[in-house]
Write a protein that binds this ligand. Structure first.
Ligand code: AGP
Length: 607
């Protein structure tokens, strides 16, 4: 959450480069944006704007930045203090000499602020961040790194901090703990960013900073201190095959990413499944299979948690291994019983989610086997896990996770097949699933042709204030995932429920204004779902049925969205696509910003 960006390079370029960097980091928070530039004559300019980066761009459009060679910028996801210009970053020290941007939370900021106020410091904002720059100024001993070393001893919490000094335009300095930060080296410029991908095309190589690192960069030198000593961090070469995601002909990234799903489902299995010989290949899983794993715990948040719930279904059904799935925020603080025959799987699209990362570190410290299912290579979770499966979904820009979810589920299915073949999974079932996987990309492409038809049904319900999403077994997980998406994208309340449980209380909510979506591919629980639908209908409720084409019960539903069902294990991949489009069209028809829904950010790096 929050994006920090720094530039040190050519005269006249700083504001332009910082604005471009902020645009690429906007997914990390879009409550407000701001920048500070400095020139060799000790002039600084701080400009801030509430709202998206474009508002900042408009504000700076007619300004002259020709003398400025160094700058920092910030996109904010508000934690402390409302969404106002006074609370926008950057924040400036009392004298105006130091200016800071920050990603994270300073937990003891109130105590530090009280201490500074007692010394006659005055504050312009309600943020926790402002104390860092005031305290830095208060402690400054003439040396950035020695002052920073003492500053970090005073701060509790998470931070990625970048400072600028009005009196020295040739330097940027800062520190990080728990919040991601990368130093990038280009031909004529140096960069700091929360995300390596924001620097692709600008740099040749980069350093991923570690927690506790205190850095100082100039145009021809850099220095990183770790625990008081000079640290020799590896400079990594940029992977030229990585590209900045572009919209192409799509109106937004969410729709583009939904339509990328046939391709990413090919990529995620490429080299892992040989469809002609029905063989599975993974050195990592070959190692995991030797560990004698008897239990698995999956730890994740949000959509990644839901993929873990589907993973539980696959691992229990196909590999016969009992699985617990726990949300990271709860796992982190609960009592743990780490044993050598248990595998801990941490799932994260971004690879940055702080509670998932912290949970992983705790299990690792206790000697547990850890495994990551991560989309972003080089991210904190992928590095800390050391082993796992990359989901290969490519950059996911839309805040709502779509293609990353289906590739996470695909990784779980692959893992379950791999462990299942060692644990006595019926060979016919094993082949049936592999055959089904080979047809999945095409089945999803076919389903996507129904986009317009799904839109028409969805828009009929766009003005409902509440929804039930109903299902049984693994389809309940799809219901949970898409209940989350409807809230996230359309700002409409919805609840996911086991259709069988409804009559134990919640059916009291049903009336003509409270529609239900029933997800059912037609398996053995189909008659039970049909009975639940009848019970809703008897009370004046409407049921929209996400249903296999051959189902004969159509008369009892207000509307149906039909699909060619596959085998039970693979239907979630299809059902989720229908519900992605459902939520997308409702949100779109209500005029929501589907790529950047309100109050959210793509990666959650604060507790
Ligand atoms: C997905 O639509 C959400 N934006 C959110 O729930 C997300 O899945 C969650 O924050 C976890 O993120 P991660 O996968 O990057 O760890």
């Amino acid at each position: 959450m929050c994006g920090v960006f720094g530039y040190l390079g050519q005269s006249g370029q700083a504001a332009r480069e910082v604005l471009a960097g902020l645009q690429r980091l906007e997914y990390r928070g879009y409550d407000s944006a701001g920048l500070c530039v400095v020139d060799a004559d000790h002039h600084t300019r701080v400009i801030r704007a509430v709202g998206k980066v474009n508002n900042l761009r408009v504000k700076t459009d007619s300004m002259d930045f020709s003398s400025f060679s160094t700058g920092i910028g910030h996109t904010r996801w508000a934690t402390h203090g409302g969404i106002t210009e006074a609370n926008c970053h950057p924040h400036t020290s009392q004298s105006g000499r130091f200016v800071v941007i920050h990603n994270g939370i300073i937990e003891n900021y109130a105590d530090l602020k009280a201490e500074l106020i007692a010394k006659w410091y005055t504050f312009q904002s309600e943020t926790d961040t402002e104390v860092t720059v005031q305290l830095f100024e208060d402690m400054f001993d003439g040396d950035y790194q020695s002052t920073m070393t003492r500053l970090v001893q005073r701060m509790h919490g998470a931070y990625g901090l970048v400072f600028i000094d009005r009196d020295n335009s040739w330097v940027l300095f800062g520190t990080k703990k728990w919040s991601p930060m990368v130093l990038g080296f280009g031909t004529d410029a140096r960069y700091i960013s929360s995300d390596y991908r924001s620097l692709i095309g600008l740099i040749d190589d980069y350093i991923i900073l570690e927690d506790g690192d205190i850095f100082q960069i100039t145009s021809d030198n850099y220095q990183i201190l770790s625990e008081g000593h000079l640290a020799d961090r590896t400079r990594q070469i940029v992977d030229e095959s990585e590209k900045i995601a572009e919209l192409g002909d799509f109106p937004n990234f969410m729709l583009k990413e939904v339509f990328e799903q046939p391709r990413v489902l090919e990529d995620v299995f490429r080299g892992r499944i040989d469809f002609s010989s029905y063989s599975l290949h993974s050195d990592t899983l070959a190692h995991i299979a030797t560990l004698g794993i008897k239990r698995i715990t999956v730890v994740a948040s949000g959509t990644s948690y839901h993929s873990g719930l589907l993973g539980k279904y696959y691992l229990e059904e196909l590999a016969g291994i009992p699985v617990d799935v726990v949300v990271s925020t709860e796992f982190k603080y609960k009592k743990k019983f780490v044993t050598p025959d248990e595998l801990y799987i941490f799932v994260s699209q971004s690879g940055e989610t702080i509670d998932t990362l912290d949970s992983l570190k705790i299990v690792k410290e206790q000697g547990g086997h850890v495994f990551g299912i991560v989309n972003v290579p080089g991210s904190a979770i992928s590095r800390a896990a050391g082993q796992g499966l990359f989901t290969r979904a490519g950059t996911e820009v839309g805040v709502a996770s779509t293609k990353a979810f289906v590739t996470q589920v695909a990784c779980f299915l692959f893992l379950a097949l791999y462990l299942g073949q060692k644990n006595g999974l019926d060979y016919r079932k094993y082949r049936e699933i592999i055959d089904g996987i080979s047809k999945l990309p095409e089945a999803i492409s076919t389903l996507l042709l129904q986009n317009e038809a799904i839109k028409q049904v969805a828009e009929k319900y766009a003005h409902s204030h509440n929804f039930f999403y109903l299902g049984r077994a693994h389809e309940l997980v799809i219901a949970m995932e898409w209940s989350l998406k409807l809230k996230e994208l359309a700002y409409i309340h919805s609840e996911a429920y086991s259709s069988g449980e409804l009559k134990h209380g919640s059916i009291a909510l049903i009336d003509a204004e409270f529609p239900s979506l029933m997800i059912n591919w037609g398996g053995i629980l189909s008659p039970k779902n049909a009975s639940s639908a009848e019970e809703i209908r008897a009370r004046g409720g409407k049921v929209v049925w996400i249903i296999a084409k051959w189902d004969t019960n159509k008369h009892i539903y207000a509307d149906t969205i039909e699909f060619d069902s596959l085998i039970s294990e693979l239907n979630p991949f299809l059902e989720v696509v229908i519900l992605q489009l459902w939520a997308y069209h409702i949100a779109n028809s209500l005029g929501r910003d589907v790529d950047k829904p309100r109050n959210l950010a793509k990666s959650v790096t604060v507790e």
